[in-house]
Ligand binder design. Structure first.
Ligand code: FES
Length: 96
C-alpha cells in the first residue's frame, strides 16, 4: 500500500501499489477525466505529480509522445492512465 494525496482537495487515500493513478483517482471519487478509457489517446487524464515522482512507473514511449503534444506540459506532467503507483507516497495536482 502507498499513500496518494490529491490536490486541490488535499485528501489522502491508501492505495495498493501496482494501481494506475487513473484507477486510484476514479476509485477515490476525485474529478479526473478519462475520455479514451485509459488508452493514452485522449490526454484528458493529464496531471502534475508534485511529490513522489520516482515512485511511479517510468514514462513509456506512447505516453511521452502524447505529453509532447499537450499545451502546458511540464517536467512533472504524467498521464494518470499510464502511471502506475509504487511503494512511495505520491502527491498529484489535478488540472482545473
Ligand atoms: S485516459 Fe485518455 S490518455 Fe489517459
Amino acid at each position: 500500500m502507498t499513500t496518494l494525496t490529491v490536490l486541490p482537495s488535499g485528501k489522502s487515500y491508501e492505495v495498493a501499489a501496482g494501481t494506475s493513478l487513473l484507477k486510484a483517482l476514479q476509485a477515490a471519487g476525485e474529478p479526473i477525466i478519462s475520455k479514451c478509457g485509459g488508452e493514452a489517446r485522449c490526454e484528458s487524464c493529464h496531471v502534475f505529480v508534485t511529490a513522489g515522482r520516482k515512485s511511479l512507473s517510468k514514462i513509456q514511449r506512447v505516453e511521452n509522445e502524447k505529453l509532447d503534444g499537450i499545451v502546458g506540459v511540464s517536467s512533472s506532467s504524467r498521464l494518470a492512465c499510464q502511471a502506475i503507483l509504487g511503494e512511495e507516497a505520491v502527491t498529484v495536482e489535478l488540472l482545473k
